[in-house]
Design a protein around this ligand. Structure first.
Ligand code: C5J
Length: 223
């Protein structure tokens, strides 16, 4: 087991049974001109974490540990996008509308891609998800079960929406979850801080949080 200094107390994980889950580091959320910016958000907050997410990917790649990348995405006919979700964006751009990087949050469109700096490598899992949580309407549970994964390390955007929703889904399914604080971000700094506080409140009711350096140091100590 590897022990990482974390809040609310040390997080321990079995190297062979731990996967990194990078949530929705897509052009539509992170790059200027994408869906996130058209909704009025300042995407520079999100681009700032790219080097740390990349370092986290490199840490897992160097160990040969499993990596999952998710993309929030819908089929071109929007059959998997409930009107309740699509209409929420009106009167601005809605999911499926033509945006600056192709149709918003539609699979195969340029804006739906993961940003080039964090592009998945061969052998890494890329998971399209129509919801905020990565377990909803996807094969993620089966994929992790077949690999014998029991512990999940989380990064990506946005902290209080897709990251927190997925952590809560994972926690309810029995995974021990660690969020890397400087590898996740929100358009709303106060929401990020609130999400972190909620996750680790009450003895880690949803999971643990740490930062990249503490995780990397723990992995180095084990090497
Ligand atoms: C949002 C996400 N914020 N990836 N998606 O709509 O968090």
């Amino acid at each position: 087991m590897i022990e990482v200094a974390a809040e609310p107390f040390a997080y321990t994980f079995p190297p062979g049974k731990t996967a990194l889950v990078v949530i929705d580091m897509q052009r539509d959320f992170v790059e200027p001109g994408g869906f996130g910016e058209t909704l009025g958000n300042d995407v520079s907050l999100l681009t700032a974490i790219v080097p740390t997410v990349r370092a986290l990917l490199d840490l897992f790649r160097a160990q040969g540990w499993p990596i999952v990348h998710t993309r929030e995405s819908h089929s071109p006919d929007l059959a998997d996008c409930p009107p309740a979700k699509r209409d929420r964006g009106a009167p601005k751009l809605r999911i499926g509308d033509e945006g600056p990087m192709g149709r918003i949050l539609v699979r195969g469109e340029p804006g739906n891609d993961i940003i080039p700096e964090l592009a998945p490598m061969p052998g890494e899992i890329v998971l399209d998800k129509p919801g905020k949580g990565a377990f909803y309407a996807t094969a993620l549970g089966d994929i992790l079960r077949l690999k014998g994964i029991t512990h999940l390390v989380f990064a990506g955007v946005t902290t209080e929406v897709c990251v927190q929703t997925t952590m809560r889904e994972a926690n309810d399914r029995g995974y021990d979850c660690l969020l890397v604080e400087d590898a996740t971000e929100s358009y709303f700094p106060e929401f990020k801080q609130a999400a972190i506080a909620m996750i680790r409140a009450q003895g880690g009711i949803v999971g643990w949080t740490t930062d990249f350096e503490r995780l990397a140091a723990a992995v180095r100590r084990n090497a």
